[in-house]
Design a protein around this ligand. Structure first.
Ligand code: SAM
Length: 405
Protein backbone atom coordinates (compact mmCIF):
# COMPACT_ATOMS: atom_id res chain seq x y z
CA UNK A 1 0.00 0.00 0.00
CA UNK A 2 1.36 3.45 -0.94
CA UNK A 3 0.99 6.43 1.39
CA UNK A 4 1.65 10.15 1.21
CA UNK A 5 2.56 11.36 4.68
CA UNK A 6 1.05 14.65 5.84
CA UNK A 7 2.55 15.01 9.34
CA UNK A 8 3.61 12.99 12.39
CA UNK A 9 1.40 11.87 15.26
CA UNK A 10 2.53 12.31 18.90
CA UNK A 11 4.31 8.92 18.71
CA UNK A 12 6.47 9.98 15.77
CA UNK A 13 4.54 7.90 13.21
CA UNK A 14 3.61 9.29 9.81
CA UNK A 15 -0.08 10.10 9.33
CA UNK A 16 -1.83 9.32 6.04
CA UNK A 17 -5.43 8.66 5.02
CA UNK A 18 -6.73 5.68 3.04
CA UNK A 19 -10.41 5.55 2.09
CA UNK A 20 -11.25 7.93 4.91
CA UNK A 21 -9.40 5.80 7.48
CA UNK A 22 -6.46 7.25 9.39
CA UNK A 23 -3.26 5.23 8.98
CA UNK A 24 -0.16 5.51 11.17
CA UNK A 25 3.05 4.61 9.34
CA UNK A 26 6.13 3.80 11.40
CA UNK A 27 9.56 5.07 10.20
CA UNK A 28 8.04 7.55 7.73
CA UNK A 29 8.60 11.33 7.67
CA UNK A 30 6.32 14.23 6.69
CA UNK A 31 6.07 14.83 2.90
CA UNK A 32 7.36 11.34 2.11
CA UNK A 33 5.74 8.82 -0.19
CA UNK A 34 6.25 5.31 1.15
CA UNK A 35 5.12 1.74 0.65
CA UNK A 36 3.89 0.29 3.92
CA UNK A 37 3.27 -3.21 5.25
CA UNK A 38 0.20 -3.66 7.46
CA UNK A 39 0.92 -4.33 11.16
CA UNK A 40 -2.54 -3.83 12.68
CA UNK A 41 -6.01 -3.13 11.34
CA UNK A 42 -8.61 -1.68 13.71
CA UNK A 43 -12.10 -0.33 13.03
CA UNK A 44 -11.10 3.34 13.05
CA UNK A 45 -7.39 3.19 12.20
CA UNK A 46 -4.58 1.03 10.81
CA UNK A 47 -0.88 0.79 11.64
CA UNK A 48 1.70 0.20 8.93
CA UNK A 49 5.48 0.01 8.75
CA UNK A 50 7.30 1.84 5.95
CA UNK A 51 9.07 -0.81 3.89
CA UNK A 52 10.14 1.24 0.88
CA UNK A 53 10.72 4.99 0.69
CA UNK A 54 9.49 6.00 -2.77
CA UNK A 55 9.97 9.75 -2.33
CA UNK A 56 12.26 10.53 0.62
CA UNK A 57 12.00 13.69 2.71
CA UNK A 58 14.80 16.22 2.22
CA UNK A 59 15.69 15.77 5.92
CA UNK A 60 16.09 11.96 5.75
CA UNK A 61 19.63 10.77 6.52
CA UNK A 62 21.31 7.41 7.05
CA UNK A 63 20.28 5.97 10.46
CA UNK A 64 23.06 5.91 13.06
CA UNK A 65 21.83 2.53 14.34
CA UNK A 66 21.47 -0.74 12.41
CA UNK A 67 18.88 -1.96 14.95
CA UNK A 68 16.70 1.18 15.01
CA UNK A 69 13.79 0.11 12.80
CA UNK A 70 13.72 -3.32 14.46
CA UNK A 71 13.85 -2.32 18.14
CA UNK A 72 11.72 0.76 17.53
CA UNK A 73 13.29 2.85 20.31
CA UNK A 74 14.97 5.60 18.27
CA UNK A 75 12.16 6.62 15.93
CA UNK A 76 14.19 9.65 14.73
CA UNK A 77 17.52 7.90 14.10
CA UNK A 78 17.19 8.74 10.37
CA UNK A 79 17.20 12.56 10.77
CA UNK A 80 19.77 14.99 12.21
CA UNK A 81 19.45 15.90 15.90
CA UNK A 82 18.32 19.46 15.03
CA UNK A 83 15.59 18.11 12.76
CA UNK A 84 14.48 15.56 15.38
CA UNK A 85 13.96 18.48 17.78
CA UNK A 86 11.89 20.38 15.20
CA UNK A 87 9.74 17.28 14.60
CA UNK A 88 9.19 16.78 18.34
CA UNK A 89 8.25 20.42 18.76
CA UNK A 90 5.79 20.12 15.87
CA UNK A 91 4.28 16.93 17.39
CA UNK A 92 3.76 18.69 20.73
CA UNK A 93 2.36 21.82 19.14
CA UNK A 94 -0.30 19.94 17.20
CA UNK A 95 -1.26 17.81 20.24
CA UNK A 96 -1.74 20.88 22.49
CA UNK A 97 -3.45 22.84 19.72
CA UNK A 98 -5.86 20.04 18.86
CA UNK A 99 -6.69 18.93 22.41
CA UNK A 100 -6.48 22.18 24.41
CA UNK A 101 -6.55 24.96 21.79
CA UNK A 102 -3.17 25.97 23.25
CA UNK A 103 -1.71 28.35 20.68
CA UNK A 104 1.55 29.48 22.31
CA UNK A 105 4.96 28.34 21.06
CA UNK A 106 6.30 25.44 23.19
CA UNK A 107 10.08 25.90 23.63
CA UNK A 108 12.14 22.73 23.64
CA UNK A 109 15.42 22.55 25.58
CA UNK A 110 17.97 20.44 23.69
CA UNK A 111 20.19 17.82 25.28
CA UNK A 112 23.94 18.41 25.55
CA UNK A 113 24.60 14.96 24.03
CA UNK A 114 22.25 13.44 21.46
CA UNK A 115 23.87 10.00 21.89
CA UNK A 116 25.41 8.26 24.91
CA UNK A 117 23.08 10.10 27.31
CA UNK A 118 21.14 7.29 29.05
CA UNK A 119 22.40 6.44 32.54
CA UNK A 120 20.26 3.29 32.69
CA UNK A 121 19.29 0.53 30.29
CA UNK A 122 17.36 -2.67 30.70
CA UNK A 123 18.49 -5.34 28.22
CA UNK A 124 17.01 -8.77 27.71
CA UNK A 125 19.13 -11.91 27.37
CA UNK A 126 17.91 -14.80 25.23
CA UNK A 127 20.05 -17.87 24.44
CA UNK A 128 23.13 -15.94 25.54
CA UNK A 129 22.42 -12.99 23.21
CA UNK A 130 21.69 -9.39 24.22
CA UNK A 131 18.60 -7.66 22.90
CA UNK A 132 15.57 -5.47 23.43
CA UNK A 133 11.92 -6.28 23.11
CA UNK A 134 10.39 -4.66 20.06
CA UNK A 135 8.08 -1.87 21.22
CA UNK A 136 4.72 -3.06 22.58
CA UNK A 137 5.65 -6.72 22.06
CA UNK A 138 7.75 -9.55 23.43
CA UNK A 139 9.55 -10.06 20.09
CA UNK A 140 13.24 -10.34 20.92
CA UNK A 141 15.46 -8.08 18.80
CA UNK A 142 19.18 -8.94 19.15
CA UNK A 143 21.47 -5.92 19.53
CA UNK A 144 25.22 -5.59 19.94
CA UNK A 145 25.10 -2.18 21.54
CA UNK A 146 22.77 0.74 22.21
CA UNK A 147 24.09 4.10 21.00
CA UNK A 148 21.92 6.18 23.31
CA UNK A 149 23.36 4.44 26.40
CA UNK A 150 26.30 6.06 28.19
CA UNK A 151 29.71 4.99 26.74
CA UNK A 152 30.40 3.38 30.17
CA UNK A 153 27.36 1.15 29.68
CA UNK A 154 28.28 0.43 26.04
CA UNK A 155 31.73 -0.60 27.20
CA UNK A 156 30.24 -3.03 29.72
CA UNK A 157 28.01 -4.57 27.03
CA UNK A 158 31.18 -5.47 25.08
CA UNK A 159 32.14 -7.70 28.04
CA UNK A 160 28.82 -9.50 28.18
CA UNK A 161 30.66 -12.83 27.70
CA UNK A 162 31.88 -12.41 31.30
CA UNK A 163 28.34 -13.17 32.54
CA UNK A 164 27.43 -16.86 32.50
CA UNK A 165 23.64 -16.72 32.17
CA UNK A 166 21.72 -17.46 28.96
CA UNK A 167 18.22 -16.16 29.66
CA UNK A 168 16.98 -13.26 31.73
CA UNK A 169 17.47 -9.55 32.02
CA UNK A 170 20.33 -7.20 32.80
CA UNK A 171 19.64 -3.80 34.33
CA UNK A 172 22.66 -1.53 34.10
CA UNK A 173 22.85 1.96 35.56
CA UNK A 174 25.60 4.43 36.23
CA UNK A 175 25.86 7.31 38.67
CA UNK A 176 27.28 10.82 38.24
CA UNK A 177 30.70 9.35 39.12
CA UNK A 178 30.38 6.74 36.32
CA UNK A 179 30.25 3.83 38.76
CA UNK A 180 28.08 0.91 37.67
CA UNK A 181 25.21 -0.81 39.48
CA UNK A 182 24.06 -4.11 38.01
CA UNK A 183 20.96 -6.14 38.61
CA UNK A 184 20.65 -9.54 36.94
CA UNK A 185 17.20 -11.09 36.75
CA UNK A 186 17.34 -14.79 35.88
CA UNK A 187 16.24 -18.24 37.02
CA UNK A 188 19.69 -19.65 36.26
CA UNK A 189 22.68 -19.87 38.57
CA UNK A 190 24.98 -16.97 37.65
CA UNK A 191 28.77 -16.94 37.68
CA UNK A 192 30.49 -13.61 37.17
CA UNK A 193 34.10 -13.63 35.98
CA UNK A 194 36.54 -11.66 38.12
CA UNK A 195 37.54 -9.63 35.05
CA UNK A 196 34.18 -7.85 35.28
CA UNK A 197 34.98 -6.17 38.58
CA UNK A 198 38.63 -5.79 37.62
CA UNK A 199 37.92 -4.04 34.28
CA UNK A 200 34.86 -1.95 35.18
CA UNK A 201 34.06 0.48 38.02
CA UNK A 202 31.39 -1.69 39.67
CA UNK A 203 29.65 -0.30 42.76
CA UNK A 204 27.42 -3.32 43.21
CA UNK A 205 25.91 -6.42 41.62
CA UNK A 206 22.58 -7.93 42.57
CA UNK A 207 21.02 -11.13 41.35
CA UNK A 208 17.23 -11.08 41.45
CA UNK A 209 17.46 -7.94 43.64
CA UNK A 210 19.77 -9.68 46.15
CA UNK A 211 23.15 -8.00 46.48
CA UNK A 212 26.06 -10.40 45.81
CA UNK A 213 28.89 -7.89 45.36
CA UNK A 214 29.53 -4.36 46.67
CA UNK A 215 26.37 -2.46 47.66
CA UNK A 216 22.80 -2.49 46.27
CA UNK A 217 22.94 1.31 46.01
CA UNK A 218 25.23 4.12 44.94
CA UNK A 219 25.34 7.91 45.19
CA UNK A 220 24.50 10.66 42.75
CA UNK A 221 25.67 14.26 43.08
CA UNK A 222 23.41 16.75 41.31
CA UNK A 223 23.86 20.51 41.79
CA UNK A 224 25.47 20.03 45.25
CA UNK A 225 22.76 17.66 46.54
CA UNK A 226 23.85 14.09 47.30
CA UNK A 227 21.38 11.28 46.64
CA UNK A 228 21.68 7.68 47.75
CA UNK A 229 19.86 5.62 45.11
CA UNK A 230 18.92 1.99 45.73
CA UNK A 231 19.03 -0.28 42.68
CA UNK A 232 15.22 -0.52 42.79
CA UNK A 233 14.64 3.23 43.17
CA UNK A 234 13.85 5.49 40.22
CA UNK A 235 16.31 8.17 39.17
CA UNK A 236 16.07 10.59 36.22
CA UNK A 237 17.63 8.93 33.13
CA UNK A 238 19.47 11.89 31.59
CA UNK A 239 21.61 13.79 34.11
CA UNK A 240 22.06 16.93 31.98
CA UNK A 241 18.37 17.45 31.22
CA UNK A 242 17.38 16.49 34.78
CA UNK A 243 19.57 19.36 36.05
CA UNK A 244 18.00 21.79 33.57
CA UNK A 245 14.51 20.78 34.73
CA UNK A 246 15.51 21.04 38.39
CA UNK A 247 16.86 24.58 37.92
CA UNK A 248 13.68 25.70 36.12
CA UNK A 249 11.38 24.01 38.63
CA UNK A 250 13.16 25.63 41.60
CA UNK A 251 12.57 29.06 40.06
CA UNK A 252 8.79 28.60 40.58
CA UNK A 253 9.08 28.55 44.39
CA UNK A 254 9.31 31.17 47.16
CA UNK A 255 10.77 30.90 50.70
CA UNK A 256 7.34 30.77 52.40
CA UNK A 257 5.97 27.94 50.27
CA UNK A 258 4.78 24.68 51.79
CA UNK A 259 5.07 22.12 49.04
CA UNK A 260 3.73 18.63 48.35
CA UNK A 261 5.96 16.52 46.12
CA UNK A 262 3.73 13.75 44.74
CA UNK A 263 5.64 10.79 43.21
CA UNK A 264 8.83 12.03 44.87
CA UNK A 265 11.18 9.06 44.29
CA UNK A 266 14.44 9.45 46.26
CA UNK A 267 13.72 13.17 46.72
CA UNK A 268 15.23 14.44 43.47
CA UNK A 269 13.06 17.59 43.63
CA UNK A 270 12.06 17.52 47.32
CA UNK A 271 15.57 17.97 48.71
CA UNK A 272 16.81 20.98 46.68
CA UNK A 273 13.31 22.43 47.14
CA UNK A 274 13.59 22.03 50.91
CA UNK A 275 16.73 24.20 50.80
CA UNK A 276 14.61 26.99 49.30
CA UNK A 277 11.11 26.73 50.80
CA UNK A 278 9.57 26.44 54.30
CA UNK A 279 8.56 22.79 54.16
CA UNK A 280 8.30 19.83 51.75
CA UNK A 281 6.24 16.64 52.07
CA UNK A 282 7.04 13.87 49.63
CA UNK A 283 4.79 10.93 48.75
CA UNK A 284 6.00 7.86 46.89
CA UNK A 285 4.81 4.25 46.58
CA UNK A 286 8.21 2.53 46.42
CA UNK A 287 9.39 1.80 50.01
CA UNK A 288 13.04 1.54 48.86
CA UNK A 289 12.85 5.03 47.34
CA UNK A 290 11.21 6.45 50.49
CA UNK A 291 13.98 4.95 52.63
CA UNK A 292 16.49 6.61 50.27
CA UNK A 293 14.63 9.95 50.39
CA UNK A 294 14.50 9.95 54.21
CA UNK A 295 18.19 9.04 54.39
CA UNK A 296 19.03 11.66 51.75
CA UNK A 297 17.39 14.40 53.82
CA UNK A 298 19.78 13.72 56.74
CA UNK A 299 22.71 13.16 54.35
CA UNK A 300 22.17 16.75 53.13
CA UNK A 301 21.39 18.14 56.62
CA UNK A 302 17.82 18.89 55.58
CA UNK A 303 15.33 18.98 58.45
CA UNK A 304 12.24 20.50 56.78
CA UNK A 305 11.40 17.59 54.44
CA UNK A 306 9.40 14.50 55.39
CA UNK A 307 8.36 11.50 53.33
CA UNK A 308 5.36 9.17 53.31
CA UNK A 309 5.21 5.77 51.64
CA UNK A 310 2.08 4.81 49.70
CA UNK A 311 0.19 5.37 46.49
CA UNK A 312 -0.60 9.08 46.17
CA UNK A 313 -4.25 8.31 45.36
CA UNK A 314 -4.64 6.29 48.61
CA UNK A 315 -2.61 8.37 51.01
CA UNK A 316 -4.01 11.84 50.26
CA UNK A 317 -7.20 11.10 52.22
CA UNK A 318 -5.18 10.12 55.28
CA UNK A 319 -2.97 13.20 55.69
CA UNK A 320 -4.11 16.74 56.31
CA UNK A 321 -3.22 18.83 53.28
CA UNK A 322 -2.06 22.31 54.24
CA UNK A 323 0.46 23.25 51.55
CA UNK A 324 0.03 26.03 48.99
CA UNK A 325 1.88 24.42 46.07
CA UNK A 326 2.15 20.92 44.68
CA UNK A 327 4.67 19.35 42.39
CA UNK A 328 3.57 16.19 40.55
CA UNK A 329 5.92 13.95 38.58
CA UNK A 330 3.85 10.84 37.81
CA UNK A 331 4.84 7.83 35.68
CA UNK A 332 3.67 7.67 32.04
CA UNK A 333 0.09 6.77 33.09
CA UNK A 334 -0.29 10.26 34.52
CA UNK A 335 -2.42 11.19 37.54
CA UNK A 336 -4.97 8.87 39.12
CA UNK A 337 -8.50 10.36 38.95
CA UNK A 338 -8.55 10.72 42.77
CA UNK A 339 -5.44 12.88 42.57
CA UNK A 340 -7.11 15.18 40.01
CA UNK A 341 -10.13 15.33 42.32
CA UNK A 342 -7.92 16.36 45.25
CA UNK A 343 -6.15 19.02 43.17
CA UNK A 344 -9.54 20.44 42.18
CA UNK A 345 -10.93 20.33 45.71
CA UNK A 346 -7.81 21.68 47.38
CA UNK A 347 -7.27 24.58 44.96
CA UNK A 348 -3.52 24.97 45.41
CA UNK A 349 -1.99 28.31 44.36
CA UNK A 350 0.17 26.48 41.84
CA UNK A 351 0.68 23.02 40.44
CA UNK A 352 4.00 22.21 38.84
CA UNK A 353 3.31 19.24 36.57
CA UNK A 354 6.37 17.34 35.33
CA UNK A 355 5.33 14.90 32.66
CA UNK A 356 7.08 12.19 30.65
CA UNK A 357 3.95 11.64 28.57
CA UNK A 358 2.34 14.69 26.92
CA UNK A 359 -0.77 12.64 26.15
CA UNK A 360 -1.59 12.04 29.83
CA UNK A 361 -0.56 15.61 30.69
CA UNK A 362 -3.21 16.83 28.23
CA UNK A 363 -5.81 14.36 29.58
CA UNK A 364 -5.14 15.42 33.19
CA UNK A 365 -5.11 19.13 32.38
CA UNK A 366 -8.59 18.80 30.85
CA UNK A 367 -9.79 17.61 34.29
CA UNK A 368 -8.08 20.53 36.05
CA UNK A 369 -8.78 23.33 33.58
CA UNK A 370 -11.84 24.66 35.41
CA UNK A 371 -9.70 25.60 38.42
CA UNK A 372 -6.21 26.02 36.95
CA UNK A 373 -4.70 27.63 33.86
CA UNK A 374 -1.42 26.90 32.10
CA UNK A 375 0.98 29.78 32.73
CA UNK A 376 4.02 28.25 31.13
CA UNK A 377 4.78 25.09 29.23
CA UNK A 378 8.26 23.97 28.27
CA UNK A 379 9.58 20.76 26.71
CA UNK A 380 12.94 19.12 27.46
CA UNK A 381 14.65 16.60 25.23
CA UNK A 382 15.34 14.05 27.95
CA UNK A 383 15.43 11.16 25.46
CA UNK A 384 17.03 12.32 22.15
CA UNK A 385 16.08 10.43 18.96
CA UNK A 386 13.24 8.55 20.72
CA UNK A 387 9.59 9.64 20.52
CA UNK A 388 9.63 10.62 24.20
CA UNK A 389 9.47 14.21 25.42
CA UNK A 390 9.54 15.54 28.96
CA UNK A 391 7.35 18.57 29.70
CA UNK A 392 7.05 20.95 32.62
CA UNK A 393 3.75 22.82 32.94
CA UNK A 394 3.20 25.56 35.49
CA UNK A 395 -0.50 25.79 36.39
CA UNK A 396 -1.85 28.73 38.37
CA UNK A 397 -5.12 28.70 40.27
CA UNK A 398 -7.61 30.69 38.18
CA UNK A 399 -8.29 34.17 39.56
CA UNK A 400 -12.06 33.61 39.94
CA UNK A 401 -11.59 30.35 41.87
CA UNK A 402 -12.29 30.67 45.60
CA UNK A 403 -10.85 28.17 48.04
CA UNK A 404 -13.57 26.62 50.24
CA UNK A 405 -12.49 26.35 53.88
C1 SAM B 1 8.72 9.70 36.95
S1 SAM B 1 9.21 9.04 38.52
C2 SAM B 1 9.58 10.54 39.38
C3 SAM B 1 10.37 10.39 40.65
C4 SAM B 1 10.97 11.68 41.23
N1 SAM B 1 10.09 12.81 41.15
C5 SAM B 1 12.30 12.00 40.56
O1 SAM B 1 12.40 13.03 39.88
O2 SAM B 1 13.25 11.21 40.72
C6 SAM B 1 7.66 8.52 39.16
C7 SAM B 1 7.75 7.96 40.56
O3 SAM B 1 6.41 7.68 40.97
C8 SAM B 1 6.38 6.48 41.71
N2 SAM B 1 4.97 6.03 41.61
C9 SAM B 1 4.36 5.40 40.59
N3 SAM B 1 3.03 5.27 40.83
C10 SAM B 1 2.81 5.85 42.04
C11 SAM B 1 1.64 6.05 42.84
N4 SAM B 1 0.46 5.65 42.41
N5 SAM B 1 1.77 6.70 44.01
C12 SAM B 1 3.00 7.11 44.45
N6 SAM B 1 4.14 6.94 43.74
C13 SAM B 1 4.04 6.33 42.55
C14 SAM B 1 7.43 5.62 41.08
O4 SAM B 1 7.90 4.65 41.99
C15 SAM B 1 8.52 6.65 40.72
O5 SAM B 1 9.44 6.80 41.77
Amino acid sequence: MTFEITKLDYEGRGIAYQNGKVCFIKHALPQEVVNGALLKEAKKYAIYEAKEIIKPSSIRTESFCPFATKCGGCVFSHVSYENSLKLKQEMLKSLFQKELSYEKEIPIIPANKSLGYRNKINVKVRKGKLGYYKEESHDFIPIRTCFIASPVIQNLLKDFSLFSFQDGELIIRINTNEEILLDIITKEPVKIAQALTANHKIAGISINHKCVYGTPFFYMNINHTLYKVHEESFFQTNFFIAQKILTDVLSFFEPNDIVYDFYCGVGFFSLPLAKKVARVLGIEENPKAILDATYNASLNQITNASFHVGKVENIIDKISITGNKVLVDPPREGLHKNVCQLLNAQKFDQIIYISCNPKTLVRDYKKLAENYEIISLKAYDMFPFTKHIECVALLNKRKNVIKEE
